[in-house]
Design a protein around this ligand. Structure first.
Ligand code: ZN
Length: 78
């Protein structure tokens, strides 16, 4: 009878340890944005409109809202 009780205690300890490991892994996940389109917002260097980085066009190291604004480049009077 004592051996059965000991076995039950060991099983509970193993389950408790495995659950603890799983929770630690979930908490240890890096706090990054779930998708490339969400989170980071950038301003168009030409017209200043705010848009997700995933939808912006990059030209000359700057972000633009459209191909045309990327071609026109950053606005001079700002
Ligand atoms: Zn623009």
């Amino acid at each position: 009878m004592g051996r059965i009780l000991l076995l039950i205690v060991i099983v509970f300890v193993v389950i408790w340890l495995v659950r603890g490991l799983l929770v630690t892994r979930k908490r240890g996940a890096p706090p990054q944005a779930p998708g490339p389109a969400s989170g980071d917002l950038v301003h168009c260097a030409h017209c200043g409109v705010l848009l997700p980085r995933g939808e912006s066009r990059n030209a000359g190291g700057r972000d633009y809202c459209s191909e045309e604004h990327g071609r026109l480049g950053p606005r001079e009077d700002r």
